[in-house]
Write a protein that binds this ligand. Structure first.
Ligand code: HEC
Length: 249
């Protein structure tokens, strides 16, 4: 082959590579024709009304990732603003992107992910004796990074909120796991309330403190502590489960 042919080949190969990487970068879950960050996604509005309904195939930072980081990582002595262990602060999207070593679309280059799956317990985050994140939570963080580590928001209250036949295992436990267990589990759970078992959740459900705290009623400490209020639909689901007599189903 003549040298000029190599150049032509290279040119085509380069183009193919480029179009592949563009496919990844061009991910826009809500509208294929619009670039990321357009106005159809209201910025910073996770609980408002009239926004874009949440797409179940998309991971939303404020709604799904931040609650995990806040309850499992961003506390005193670790990754809150005051402690900033290793310079890492995990209290907001901006701080996570500035200090958390996240490389969009790339898990290998994202320490925020790598530390979660570290085999050596001494190096794993959250540090032992805190338990590792659940596989679901790790998967969620991985998907968020692979979708571009964006700050997409959606209106969790738009559309139908199905509160029929709430199951503890399917509907309630995941909400508690992702938003509450970081503080309410282990040997010294916050407020002496352990929410890692059915019995623990049922106890505060039955005595009225669970609903009081998440609905932020007067006389109760607002939960999640220091975080955003749960989406109304999650509150409604928990309420429906309580009203049904806190079944262990
Ligand atoms: C960042 C840590 C943290 C997170 C996350 C958190 N809590 Fe708490 N929770 C606390 C602390 C600390 C207290 C004790 C507050 C006090 O007594 O002043 C508490 C107290 C409570 C109480 C008792 C409130 C009262 O007024 O009697 C309930 C119920 C509760 N939490 C439920 C939840 C639920 C449900 C979630 C998740 C939706 C949650 N918590 C998330 C730290 C947390």
């Amino acid at each position: 082959m003549r040298l000029s042919n190599y150049w032509i080949l290279l040119f085509f190969a380069g183009n193919i590579l480029l179009s592949f990487s563009c496919k990844h970068n061009g991910l826009d879950p809500l509208d294929d024709d619009d670039p990321i960050g357009n106005d159809t996604i209201p910025d910073g509005d996770t609980t408002g009304t009239g926004g874009v309904p949440c797409d179940p195939s998309v991971v939303y930072f404020d709604l799904q990732i931040l609650p995990i980081l806040q309850s499992r990582c961003a506390f005193s002595g670790c990754h809150n603003e005051a402690s900033a262990a290793n310079g890492v602060i995990l209290t907001s999207y901006q701080k996570v992107m500035q200090t958390g070593d996240v490389t969009p679309f790339n898990l290998d280059e994202s320490d925020l992910y790598e530390v979660l799956i570290e085999d050596d317990v001494e190096d794993r985050m959250p540090r032992s004796p805190n338990p590792a994140l659940s596989q679901d939570q790790i998967n969620l963080i991985a998907t968020w990074i692979l979708q571009g580590a964006q700050n997409l928001t959606c209106d969790a209250n738009a559309g139908q909120c199905d509160t029929q036949n709430m199951s503890f295992a399917t509907n309630i436990r995941p909400i508690i796991q992702n938003n509450c267990q970081g503080c309410h589990s282990g040997t010294a759970p916050s407020g002496g309330i352990n929410l890692s078992t059915y019995n623990g959740v049922a106890a505060v459900a039955t005595n009225g403190r669970l609903y009081g705290a998440i609905a932020r009623q007067p006389g109760f400490v607002a939960m999640p502590f220091g975080g955003n209020q749960l989406p109304q639909c999650s509150i409604d689901k928990i309420k429906a489960w309580i009203d049904a007599g806190v079944p262990n189903n």
